[in-house]
Design a protein around this ligand. Structure first.
Ligand code: MGP
Length: 207
C-alpha cells in the first residue's frame, strides 16, 4: 500500500498504476493491517463441563489481521445480547488459546467485572465492541502484556475480562486495568485476579 500525491491510500494495479478509491472504487481494495493477528473463539460449555473436559466445547471461529476483516467478522456474528446463557466469546492474539493452561496465560491473570444483566442489556454490545477495539487498536502502552479479552453471558450478569501475560507486577497490571476501564466506558470497579488460585491470597487489585 502507498500514498499518492493527494495523500490518499492507493494500491498498485496489475498495470503498475495506482488504484485509489476515487479513480476506481470497485477495484480499490486496500486493507489496513493490524499490529497483531487475532482469533475469535466461542464456547458454551453447559452444566456438565468441568476443568477436565471444558476445552472440548471451545470452538475456534476465525482469525483476522486487518481492520476491514475485523468489521466483516463483527457484522456477521451474533451480538452478545442475543447469545444464550453460559456463552462466551474470546478474542485472543493468534497462537494463544483462551485457557489458563496456555504458556502465555499460565503466569497471568485477568481484569474483570460483572455487569448486572438487567442494567446492562442495552450497553453490553458497545462495551464488548470497545473492549475488542482497545485490543486490536493497540490502546495499551504495554501491549505485549495483553493476551486477549472475554465476554461471558450468565443468568444474572455479563462479565467482561481482559487476560494478561503476567500477574506479579501491580503497576503494570494497574496501567492496563485503567486503560480498559476508560476505553470501554466501564462504569464500576474492575478486579484483578491471577489465574492460579495459589497467588490470589489477599485483597484483589482494583481500578
Ligand atoms: P468460567 O466460565 O470462567 O467461570 O469457568 P464462571 O462464569 O464463574 O462459571 P460458570 O459455571 O457460571 O460458567 C467455569 C468453569 O469452566 C471452570 O470452573 C472450569 O471448570 C472451566 N474453565 C474455564 N476456563 C476459563 C478454563 C480454563 O482456562 N481451563 C480449564 N481447564 N477449565 C476452564
Amino acid at each position: 500500500m502507498a500514498s499518492n500525491q493527494d495523500n490518499t491510500l492507493a494500491v498498485p494495479s496489475s498495470e503498475g498504476k495506482y488504484v485509489t478509491v476515487f479513480n476506481d472504487p470497485v477495484n480499490f481494495n486496500a486493507k489496513h493491517p493490524l499490529h497483531n493477528s487475532w482469533t475469535l473463539w466461542f464456547d458454551n460449555p453447559g452444566k456438565k463441563s468441568n476443568a477436565n473436559n471444558w476445552e472440548q466445547s471451545l470452538k475456534e471461529l476465525i482469525t483476522f489481521d486487518t481492520v476491514e476483516d475485523f468489521w466483516g467478522v463483527y457484522n456477521n456474528i451474533m451480538k452478545t445480547c442475543d447469545l444464550s446463557i453460559s456463552s462466551n466469546y474470546h478474542l485472543f492474539k493468534q497462537g494463544i488459546k483462551p485457557m489458563w493452561e496456555d504458556a502465555a496465560n499460565k503466569h497471568g491473570g485477568k481484569w474483570s467485572i460483572q455487569l448486572p444483566r438487567n442494567k446492562t442489556m442495552s450497553e453490553i454490545d458497545n462495551i464488548w465492541l470497545d473492549t475488542m477495539l482497545s485490543c486490536i487498536g493497540e490502546a495499551y502502552e504495554q501491549e505485549q502484556e495483553v493476551c486477549g479479552v472475554v465476554v461471558s453471558v450468565r443468568k444474572a450478569f455479563f462479565r467482561i475480562a481482559l487476560w494478561t501475560r503476567s500477574s506479579d507486577n501491580q503497576a503494570l497490571a494497574m496501567s492496563i486495568g485503567r486503560v480498559l476501564k476508560r476505553s470501554a466506558n466501564i462504569d464500576g470497579v474492575l478486579e484483578f485476579q491471577p489465574h492460579s488460585d495459589s497467588k490470589s491470597a489477599g485483597k484483589p487489585w482494583t481500578v
